[in-house]
Design a protein around this ligand. Structure first.
Ligand SMILES: O=C(O)CCC(=O)C(=O)O
Ligand SMILES: [Fe+2]
Length: 287
């Protein structure tokens, strides 16, 4: 158990949970993640289902679905309830485009020499307006397990910082350089280190191992030390969950308050599916 004496993280349980009537939400861990039941994503959703799904997405930061054998059209329809779909800003990406401009293929097999997202990150935070959320559907998973995805709550990580550290980080910005992940020609942007979620109002830490090159305006050694502390802190087991995929599972995460990390322990087996992303509505807001 995490035994912080100061700044103990607030769990999703501490925030009053509504009684959903059109779906079920079963939390995966106290701080992040819930499995959603009672929906068939191949069929249009009712207004109430959409409202409750949006609530669950913001509340749990990542929501999961099982046994949903969806087409590209189904995936696009469900994701579009959360906003217009967007396109990947990376130049040289491991995932590949499909015939549909909004759907990317995430496929790995014996010929793969790397996979997407092996370090903690939120998607394309190098963009001036990073994607609000990403929805990954896998139809094929390794036969003997493996290929899990980790998710961490940047809210809980923030809550667990000391008040002194919160004060120090509060006014800072950091540079997110897309070239680190996707090569030259990918955007670079500066964002607040502590951000406020536009819907929940909660604060979270917004720097990641993958994209953040430095904290702006402080000596490099200081930036490196603080960032390394924050990366380890965000990825702590105490506010992470681990999603074990099955064929036709979906993970749908909120890039504004969750980070994720893909585990590549299944070579040479196949792990395959499709992802869409929802366009950001605004640049990250200082907390
Ligand atoms: O393959 C995964 O589990 C996640 C990969 C990733 O980082 C992403 O889809 O954004
Ligand atoms: Fe990712």
């Amino acid at each position: 158990m995490y035994t912080a004496t100061i700044g103990a993280p607030i769990s999703t349980r501490d925030i009053q949970r509504p009684e959903y009537r059109s779906l079920t939400a079963t939390p995966l861990s106290p701080h992040i993640g819930a499995e959603i039941g009672g929906l068939d994503l191949t069929k249009p959703l009712s207004e109430q289902q959409i409202t409750e799904l949006k609530d669950a997405f913001v509340r749990y930061q990542v929501i999961f679905f099982r046994e949903q054998q969806i087409s590209h059209e189904d995936q696009i329809r469900v994701a579009s309830h959360f906003g217009p779909l967007g396109q990947h800003v990376g130049k040289n990406t491991i995932s590949k485009p499909t015939d549909n401009p909004f759907v990317r293929r995430f496929h790995y097999d014996e010929t793969s020499d790397r996979v997407s997202g092996e370090n903690w990150h939120s998607d394309q935070s190098c963009a001036p307006m990073p994607p609000l959320g990403s929805m990954l559907y896998l139809h094929t998973v390794p036969p003997d397990g493996g290929g899990d995805t980790l998710f961490a709550s940047t809210y809980a990580a923030y809550d667990a910082l000391s008040e002194r550290m919160k004060d120090y980080l509060g006014g800072l910005t950091a540079t997110h350089d897309g070239a680190r992940v996707f090569g030259p020609g990918t955007p670079k942007s500066s964002h607040p280190v502590i951000v406020r979620h536009p819907e929940s109002g909660r604060r979270g830490i917004f720097v990641s191992w993958d994209f953040t090159s430095h904290i702006d305006g402080v000596p490099k050694a200081e930036s490196d030390a603080i960032l390394n502390f924050l990366y380890r802190h965000i990825g702590r087991d105490e506010w992470s969950c681990r999603f074990r995929w099955r064929p036709h599972s979906i993970a749908f995460w909120d890039n504004r308050c969750a980070q994720h990390k893909a585990i590549w322990d299944y070579w040479p087996n196949i792990r395959s599916g499709f992802r869409v992303q929802i366009e950001g509505t605004q640049a990250p807001i200082a907390g």
